[in-house]
Design a protein around this ligand. Sequence first.
Ligand SMILES: [Ca+2]
Length: 496
Amino acid sequence: MIFASVIQVVPHRLRAWRLAFTLGLGLAALPVWPVPAADPPRQYPGLPEGTTPYDWALEQLQVPAAHARHRGRPGFVVAVIDLGYRHHPDLEGHLWVNPNPTRRDVEQRQDLHGWDFADDDGSLEYNGPQAESAYYTNHHVFVAGEVAAVAPECRLMILRVSYRNHDSWYQAVDYAVRHGAKVLVMPHGYIGRAPGSEVPLFYQGTDFTWPEDNPKLRESLDKAYDAGCLVFSGTADNRGRRVAFFPVASEAVCAVGSSNRTGEASNMAADADYVEFSAPAGQRGTADPGQTVWGLGGRQDYTSFEGGCMACSFAGGVAALVWSRHPEWTNDQLRQVLRNTARGQPRDAHQPDRKLGYGILSADEALALTDDQLTRDVRLVADSLKITPCEGGFRLRGTLHNHGVWDARKAMVVVYNGDPTQPRSSEATLDQPGPELQTRQLGHAVTSVRGLHESGIAIDCAGAAPAKVWFEVYCLDRRSPRIHRLMVNLPAPPTP
Ligand SMILES: [Ca+2]
């Protein structure tokens, strides 16, 4: 199990109690809780001294704080779709166990923890010519270890795909959805081929392209989203270019950007306009071992990686941790929570940063949301109001703040010259209507306000500015019952 050293604290405490009683100390005689002798620090073969698996990355995602709130749950399944898995003892007990295996290969291996769609067999490792390369030995177990480190009580479904078996990609996605995985972690992106070719174009010196050759993968990703799942992929190719890359950029996939240890965009982060949020990836080309990510290796050891694949898998882990606490949320709602609780938000709340998107994910911020915040709750910030003259009247500018975590796609602000909840002429009835409208709308505006964020608004009103105005603020989005009313004294607008 990951972080087994935490669990070892318990027997130590028991030992201390036992010792206390052996010495004839009753409970009442114990002035303080006995201080346990410190455990020797656990050794991680292959890790630099003082390093623990995924350490700074987990800190950056605020996972240790989040674990005090929630650690996942065994019924929540994450599919880790990569190029070949080797088991690590730290993942003992973390793997999904198929309650009803239906596949069996010629060696009688079943789809117990997943399936190898590249070779259509039950052995999940890569057995090709590069089997001993560090990459094929370590990568899949490393990213699986990331998910387990973030969401230790969730379960990992291991699925293998390859760039030699092009159908394996959509088959793995379909299998994950069919077998109950909610989060699909797909660190590697599918790469399109030329017509009639078996080799990805990128391997032949041609850049990423819309994968017209693999319509089934595109359909499967869409179907996964429609089924309520969420797919995570890292952006682009870790070469720091500005690139368009499908399927990462598609609506059905969360495109994860890459941060370094200091929380800035990694030097290999792609400059991609479609990045949604970011997670730790490390930094390339530095001699400092603290700038890379250290984690599980394929020889029951520990090793390091840096890359968009790491960011993708951490993000999938955060998604699993948060979603397993709130399984009632839709995939779109989870996405809003992840975006709106991310840290280091772009200066313009509605314009994601091209490398880091809406910021670096925070597991703790997402788990800290209160029931009261699971709503849309848009209010006018009263002291934000400014008045200026405009043609035919005056313009009111102000700030809207959404106190709920759900995005308000259409927040409405209406300005009145009187209290819109009260009659101006209370003697008037249906039979004897009163005078013309007196309490009337002076203007209105509609805008979007992200959950937990602010938006500016400008409302043009006709005529002279009254001394007081009344505001109504509400959301036009479905399931938005809240309304806020506010009366504001207006200063005289400056003369034009
Ligand atoms: Ca195999």
